[in-house]
Design a protein around this ligand. Sequence first.
Ligand SMILES: [Ca+2]
Ligand SMILES: [Ca+2]
Ligand SMILES: [Ca+2]
Ligand SMILES: [Ca+2]
Length: 471
Amino acid sequence: MNLPRAPRARRLRLRTTSIAVGVALAAGPVPCLAAAPASAAAAKPAKHYDDFNGDGYRDLAVSHTHDGIFAFNDRAVLVTYGGPKGLTTKKQVIHQNSPGIPGASESGDDFGTVLASADLNRDGYADLVVGNPTEEAGRTRVGSVTLVWGSTKGLKGGTALPRKATNGYGTFGADIATGDFNGDGRPDIATVNGGDVFLYRGGFTKSGGLGKVSKYDREGQSWDGDTIAAGKVNGDGKTDLIVMGVRGVGMTFRTEAWFLKGSTGGLVSGPAKVVDGKKQHERLDAAVGDFDRDGYGDIAVGNPVANDGRGRVTVWYGTSAGPGKRSITLSQSTAGVAGASEAWDQFGSSLTAGDADGDGYADLAVGVPGERVGAKVNAGGAYLFRGGKGGLKGSRSAALGKSLPGVAGETTDHDILGYDLRLRDLNRDGRADLAISVPGEDSMRILPGAKGGVTGTGSSVLRAAGSDLPE
Ligand SMILES: [Ca+2]
Ligand SMILES: [Ca+2]
Ligand SMILES: [Ca+2]
Ligand SMILES: [Ca+2]
């Protein structure tokens, strides 16, 4: 069965029946991007790359479904501030008609469907990077990327990132990742536009200052980059980038994950791994985490379209040269994994890595948004694969969803639970908590990290939360 399109799905140039997903940020050995030694910093950078008001607690920015003020399909960002017990009731909505935000809210905009963050100007307050890949310039949709600045009172004012020319169609901000790719202590921004990857080096300033911008392509290989994920793979401390995209080979296409190593000079082309040797797929998600705790980040790439949409995830274990030969493929047919693998379950639509159980091994959460639960079609679901000795295994996995004790709500048709996922420690207890989007009911569930994995006990609901989670 084919999935209905989730509200405001992020797919743009769809070649396949895959639904769109957010790209998860690397958990990796060093989850705090802004903590690298700063050069000539005026203030101490934010401890967390998502602490927008600098109070020491991570905050959560998600896409927001707006109603009332603007046209039906105008978009916004909902920010929920964190506190000692996790997310608080302090919320903020940001859109292009908010004071100081460049541009204007227009029908068909996708402001906030792509989100990432970092303390870009290193003033102690994390800043938000907002993609709006369908933003119009004149009558052409070209996309935009907006930096929204953190402050003691939260996010306030914005600066447009300059769009660099591409060959033809534009989708600036179609995907965004942050990290310190050149290791100078200043967070950088990687983004996608028109099939190419652009690296915007820090340091960024509110008045539009930024470092050098470089474009990356696999010249002569008919390569079209589509989605990106950042993480620390090869153990040199610099953030690396993984680009999922499509390559023309003779008369056919294949889908590959291209590894780009972070280096002092920028990004350096590394190995490309074949995700699907015969077909082209777009909007694939990836996540980086050190699942076997050997010091190298491991790369998980989802292919929800594989095998008539049953879907699978391939994990390439990291080495000093990037993704190595050792890999594992996970699906609902893997021994030890609960549930049944059915056509268009779309296992692997969304991925995120983080240490949910606090044992020092990164864990991988996988969304299955087309999963049938009993008689409920497209109810969706998610899995947590716990890392451990040797990496990920079916025997260390658990199925998650509304049927988990303590999780609010009834499982219904077309919840599409698991459309997007994010593992980050929101209550500062040392265990990453799992945010799961449920676009069918315009909400998210947050399941606390706990010994043995994540738990429904103490879980909460975030309403009007759209479908897309940040990097
Ligand atoms: Ca905060
Ligand atoms: Ca800042
Ligand atoms: Ca590893
Ligand atoms: Ca936690």
